[in-house]
Structure formats: structure tokens, C-alpha cells
Design a protein around this ligand. Structure first.
Ligand code: SF4
Length: 358
């Protein structure tokens, strides 16, 4: 008699990291290099090698979303992007409605180049706008001006892409009114997805070496709380706002605890292999089993950042301190199958997570 071992093929989301930028911004602590002329062929070779490694290990799995993040992915020549996309299609089963996001910076991409990316599958563009004031862009060390950013947003929206824009608030000397004005100015852009990040000063950056007059913690908290009152898009995650149905599917899948592969030197993932979870990086340079309990805690950490919250599946329930939960209903509450923070809880999310888990 023949015995067959049934190995379930689990779909994985793909994150592909592009580490190159034209120059480093004054606040940036991301894994990225200022490099005007990267060796793109070498980059594509390395990416394809990693893709093939994981295809061999996991099989021809389904791919519901692909996210090209950076760095500045829009610097990539279109033929290099095409090579990588062809490799992904050879290796895996890309869903017919796969969300394919490209992160971009204004000034690195024009209409013709954007059309090239779209012809090769990009259906969502994320634009690093950061500010709607030229003097702030200069201060942040960005290379573009407001006009260039707005024309990229308009161009992408006119091409029918789903478009998101990133903004930074809480700059030195800013007050709550500045954030109100920023939010109302963003509304005029007609976007369906916006990310609003608070400026944090990281030690090994040009800002970290300056003595900046940052807004104090109370002002930062007021700024954060006032955004949903003025921005016309509802908040669906700590820093993300979108029209219903326009949320970033890639990030939502990752926050919900689905499997994802990180490709490229600056990326890491959570792979589901042979009925177990693994932390993953590179060509298997890191492939380490994660306990189911640890993975459940990770799901709580990311799920609680979303307004919907974390689904109370059995693995999640096992890690929750229900005594603490029942005595802190002002901070966390259960709605249907999900556990989520209240508005008050959202402001102290990190503290809550520590107490909420056993
Ligand atoms: S463009 Fe983005 S990744 Fe590149 S240096 Fe600026 S903040 Fe960092």
C-alpha cells in the first residue's frame, strides 16, 4: 500500500525590498543606501535567486499580494522590474487579482516610466509626499518639491491606479494647528489612502545629531488624536487611513498574521512550512522555527494596531490575559470575534500589549 503525505500549500504574500535611494533623507534610519548608479542587473540576479530558493522550498504557492518597498523602488529601471515580475510568475501562482504595490518618490518617475510599471502589473502606487510645504521638504532632506509630488499623484490617479501618499507630522516647532491644516490640505488631493507618520528622531541620522526643538509628548498625542477629526478618511490602523475597501491589502494580510516572504537584503518574513511557522531571510540564511505561542503573540502585536483588532482564534485566546482584559474595558474591548483597543487604549498601545499578553 502507498502512503501519501499531504502537505498543504499555504499562500504567501511577497515583500521585495529595493535598498537604493538618490540620497539619504535627514530623518531616515531605514535600511537604504544613497546610490546614484546601482548595479541593477546584479540586484535582479540576487532577487531572482532568493525567489527561486523559496519556490523550491515552498512549492508553487499562491501569491495574493506583492509589495515593492524601499528605499526607492521607483528608481528601478522598468526592464529590471519586468525581469523580477517574470521570475515571480515562473516561480509561483500569482492571484489574478493580486495587489501589486510600488513605493515611489516624486522626481524619480514620470508618466512614461509609470506606464511601464503598470504594463508589468503594478496596480497600486504609494508616494512619499511627506509634506505640502516646500520649506519642510527641504528641511527633511527630500529632493522633490510639492508641485512635483502633486503632479505624480494626479498622473497616477488619472491612470486609474489605487494611490496612497505618506506624510510626516510633528516636525520641530509644529503645533496642533499645523496638523489640522495639513489634514485639510490632504483632503483637497482626493486620495483614497493616506499614511500619517509622526517624526521620530533616530540617533544615527543627521536629525539625531542636531538639537531639534521637537513638540513634547502631550502635543504629539494631541496631534495624533486630532487627525481623524479633520482628515476625511477613516483610520484603519495606527498610522493608516483609507476609504472603505481601499485599505492596503498587503499590510492588512501581514497584520492579520498571514504568511509572507521577505525578499532582498533589508527584508524578513514569516513563512509557513511543513505545518510550522518560520522566521525567514535571504536564501535561507535565516530559517528558524517559531513556536506557535510566539506567532500568536506576534498576531496580537500587529492585529491590535488595526482598528478592527485581532481575531480571537484559539491560539490568540490562549495568549491573552483575560483577568487584565476584564478589568481594563476602558482600554480594550471585544466586538464580535475581534479584540480591539478603545481610543484611549490606542494612545498607550505599547503598554497595553505588554499587559494584555500572558
Ligand atoms: S527616500 Fe525613504 S528610504 Fe530613502 S532615504 Fe529618504 S526616507 Fe529613507
Amino acid at each position: 500500500m502507498n502512503y501519501y503525505v499531504f502537505v498543504m500549500k499555504v499562500a504567501h504574500n511577497l515583500y521585495i525590498h529595493v535598498p537604493f535611494c538618490m540620497s539619504k533623507c535627514n530623518y531616515c534610519a531605514f535600511y537604504s543606501f544613497a546610490c546614484q548608479n546601482p548595479d541593477w542587473n546584479q540586484y535582479a540576479n540576487n532577487i531572482c535567486k532568493e525567489l527561486r530558493f523559496w519556490a523550491e522550498k515552498l512549492g508553487k504557492i499562491g501569491i495574493p499580494t506583492i509589495f515593492f518597498g524601499g528605499g526607492t523602488p521607483s528608481l528601478m529601471p522598468v526592464d529590471i522590474f519586468e525581469r523580477i515580475m517574470n521570475c515571480i510568475k515562473e516561480c509561483f501562482c500569482v492571484d489574478y487579482d493580486c495587489e501589486i504595490t510600488l513605493e515611489s518618490n516624486p522626481g524619480t518617475i514620470d508618466k512614461e516610466k509609470l506606464s511601464g510599471f503598470v504594463s508589468n502589473g503594478v496596480n497600486r502606487l504609494s508616494v512619499g509626499v511627506q509634506s505640502l510645504k516646500d520649506e519642510e521638504l527641504k528641511f527633511l532632506g527630500r529632493r522633490h518639491d510639492v508641485k512635483t509630488a502633486i503632479s505624480l499623484l494626479d498622473c497616477a490617479m488619472n491612470m486609474g491606479l489605487r494611490v496612497s501618499a505618506d506624510f510626516i507630522y510633528g516636525l520641530p516647532n509644529q503645533n496642533v494647528n499645523d496638523v489640522i491644516n495639513l489634514s485639510t490640505d490632504i483632503n483637497k488631493l482626493g486620495l483614497s489612502h493616506v499614511s500619517m507618520y509622526e517624526l521620530t528622531v533616530e540617533p544615527n541620522t543627521p536629525f539625531g545629531k542636531m538639537n531639534l526643538n521637537m513638540p513634547d509628548n502631550d502635543t504629539m498625542a494631541q496631534m495624533y488624536s486630532i487627525i481623524p477629526e479633520y482628515l476625511s478618511l477613516p483610520r484603519y490602523e495606527v498610522s493608516n487611513y483609507a476609504k472603505h475597501g481601499e485599505e492596503c491589502r498587503h499590510n492588512q494580510n501581514v497584520w492579520n498574521g498571514e504568511a509572507y516572504i521577505g525578499i532582498g537584503r533589508g527584508a524578513a518574513g514569516r513563512v509557513y512550512y511543513d505545518n510550522a511557522w518560520y522566521e525567514q531571510r535571504g536564501n535561507g540564511e535565516l530559517f528558524e522555527k517559531i513556536k506557535n505561542e510566539t506567532r500568536a503573540i506576534e498576531k496580537i502585536l500587529t492585529g491590535m494596531r488595526t482598528m478592527r483588532g485581532v481575531k480571537l482564534s484559539n491560539d490568540v485566546k490562549n495568549q491573552i490575559n483575560f483577568d487584565w482584559l476584564n478589568s481594563h474595558k476602558d482600554l480594550v474591548e471585544i466586538g464580535g470575534e475581534y479584540l480591539h483597543t478603545t481610543d484611549a487604549g490606542l494612545l498607550i498601545l505599547d503598554d497595553i500589549i505588554a499587559d494584555l499578553t500572558k
